[in-house]
Design a protein around this ligand. Structure first.
Ligand code: UTP
Length: 413
């Protein structure tokens, strides 16, 4: 330990982050060791680069953006739909599909005290979001005769609460060995002066590294290995907060197989050109997502000869990846985006600073940045009222109230 301490002292001095050990002497032995390990593990160069990028303005080049082809699921002719479904069903029944739910987010906008998946949607059944998702897998079991493997990505902060919730609820009647939890990665938060923050206990303030961290975490936590051992070929990766998500969908698997691509994404058409959502596009001829903050007014309003928005396919975090694509992406570094956040931290005098406005930077990778590693992907437009009911905000748009309404309408409750 003494050796570790000396090493850590040297590293933080070299990197101008000497305050990281300011509370060291007051920590218990376990935390002392953990703090030293974290310091020795930190990539200080990366953090300093991420911090320097926070004051660089991103310049987007809309000339590099082109529309992407998509198919509308509801407009597929009968023979094509049947062909896709047959291929997809074959894969599902043979255990070639796994589903993965990303549940490592903080859910700050919803403000629920606990992991978002444990939130009671307010149905008369009082089902939590996790149970609602599990229902779709139980339904798939009835239809296809197979319990699909369900991987759940948590964060260090919410892992225990998530696993305990499943345990208390007896895994909602789903076979326990078919549900695998794993933790995503973390990055330190940095103050406006570029100093790494300490949390209220004097430990490094770490935060989940964004949903784009899923690929790297799958590699690090041996999830890819586990999937390969189970001969899984396709993985549906979605967020935890869409209560109409259709995780086991033969059509999209058949579409991806037929088009010979390694990934596919579901889209819903934008509610209106100004809607604040990212849309699928091609960027430098690679599949991509253009964010609402990047797209010009002209582009967002442009329509084709049928009056359809050219950039109208919203990315809803419902994507299918071939295991080969996951293997490849997991070895690459996705870019991190800085978010200016409100956070409490320990100042240099060991006083807790309570944030009233954004005062720190959090760094997150976005899943859709992975699309650019692929030559092509298939996009399938689905109906919003059938597959998209997000729970994001405590009230107003995309809130439990709107999601509950959509859920009840779909299931005719
Ligand atoms: P959001 O972007 O909505 O973030 O995540 P959030 O953390 O849930 O909510 P806010 O922004 O704090 O209110 C979309 C999906 O990605 C997952 C979330 O759990 C959600 O399913 N996610 C997000 C992760 O798994 N890890 C992350 O680091 C971020």
């Amino acid at each position: 330990m003494k050796e570790k301490l000396e090493k850590a002292k040297k590293i933080i001095k070299e990197n101008n982050q000497e305050h990281l050990l300011q509370k060291y002497d007051e920590l218990n032995e376990t935390n002392k060791e953990e703090l030293l390990d974290e310091i020795l593990d930190l990539d200080f160069k990366q953090i300093s680069e991420l911090y320097s990028n926070t004051n660089k303005e991103f310049k987007y080049d809309n000339n590099k953006i082109k529309p992407i082809n998509y198919v509308d699921k509801s407009k597929l002719d009968k023979a094509t739909k049947e062909m896709y479904d047959k291929i997809g069903l074959e894969k599902i029944k043979n255990g070639k599909l796994a589903v993965l739910t990303m549940a490592g987010g903080q859910g700050t906008r919803l403000g629920h005290n606990g992991p978002k998946g444990t939130y009671d949607l307010g149905l008369s059944s009082h089902k939590s979001i996790f149970e609602i998702l599990c229902d779709t897998l139980k339904d798939a079991q009835k239809r296809y005769g197979i319990y699909v493997n369900w991987y759940i990505m948590t964060s260090k902060e919410n892992n225990k609460a998530t696993v305990d919730f499943f345990e208390t609820n007896n895994y909602f009647g789903y076979p326990k060995d078919k549900i695998i939890f794993f933790k995503q990665g973390r990055l330190p938060m940095v103050g406006e002066d570029g100093k790494i923050l300490l949390d209220e206990n004097g430990m490094i303030k770490l935060a989940a590294d964004g949903h784009g961290g899923v690929f790297e975490s799958m590699d690090r936590e041996n999830i890819i290995k586990d999937m390969l051992e189970k001969s899984i070929e396709w993985v549906f990766i979605g967020g935890v907060d869409n209560v109409l998500v259709k995780m086991v969908d033969p059509t999209i698997i058949g579409l991806a197989e037929t088009k010979n691509v390694l990934a596919a994404g579901k889209s819903v058409v934008k509610a209106n050109p100004q809607e604040k959502v990212g849309v699928f596009c091609r960027r430098d001829n690679k599949p991509s997502v253009i964010e609402y903050s990047e797209i010009s007014k002209e582009m967002s309003e442009a329509t084709d000869e049928n009056g359809e928005l050219i950039y109208g396919e919203s990315h809803i975090l419902c994507n299918l990846f071939n295991i080969k694509a996951i293997q490849e992406i997991s070895k690459k570094k996705l870019p991190y985006h800085a978010a200016h956040k409100k956070t409490n931290y320990l100042d240099r005098n060991n006083n807790i600073v309570k944030a009233e406005s954004p005062n720190a930077f959090k760094f997150e990778a976005f899943l859709f940045d992975a699309f650019e590693s692929l030559d092509d992907m298939a996009i399938m437009r689905v109906k919003r009222e059938e597959e998209f009911a997000p729970v994001k905000n405590a009230e107003g748009v995309d809130s439990p109230e709107t999601a509950r309404k959509l859920y009840k309408a779909f299931f005719k409750l």
